[in-house]
Design a protein around this ligand. Structure first.
Ligand code: RB5
Length: 146
């Protein structure tokens, strides 16, 4: 399983920690950057992660910026992407089980490393339940066609 990870300048250190963490969990990581501390524009990296997931180059995506919000909005603009931007594990878990999210976003300036790891665990270790959620997820995706 492959995970595309993208981040802005505010999240280089967090990205490296999470990258190592998910590699240790057995995932292959596609690191789309940035790996520089110079100020950069999060939409570029969010879109790259979204495109990697939408094209199936990666199974999942993780986006990290200061809040997780801007880079998550960018990833979610790509057709086929469903983003969970969150700062606690419960929402991460339910977003997989009910919303079949394929990109996780969080803020390096919002959550600490241990909370980020818990969020990642709940998101990666849970699977989509389907069933009653299928109709609603299909409705979400139909919005992209209007
Ligand atoms: C960068 O300063 C900051 O705006 C960015 O990391 C992010 O929080 C945007 O949503």
């Amino acid at each position: 399983m492959k995970i595309a990870i993208g981040n802005d300048h505010s999240a280089v250190e967090m990205k490296n920690i999470i990258r190592k963490y998910v590699e240790e969990k057995g995932y292959e990581v596609i690191d789309l950057g940035t790996n520089a501390n110079e100020s950069c524009d999060y939409p570029i990296y969010g879109e790259m992660v979204g495109r990697a997931v939408a094209s199936k180059e990666a199974d999942y995506g993780i986006t990290i910026c200061g809040t997780g919000i801007g880079i998550g909005i960018a990833a979610g603009k790509v057709k086929g992407v469903r983003v969970c931007t969150c700062s606690e594990p419960y929402s991460a878990r339910l977003s997989r089980m009910h919303n079949n999210t394929n990109v996780l976003s969080f803020g390096a300036r919002v959550v600490g490393v241990e909370m980020a790891k818990m969020i990642v665990d709940e998101w990666l270790d849970n699977t989509y339940e389907g069933g009653r959620h299928e109709r609603r997820v299909a409705q979400l995706m139909e919005i992209e066609e209007r």
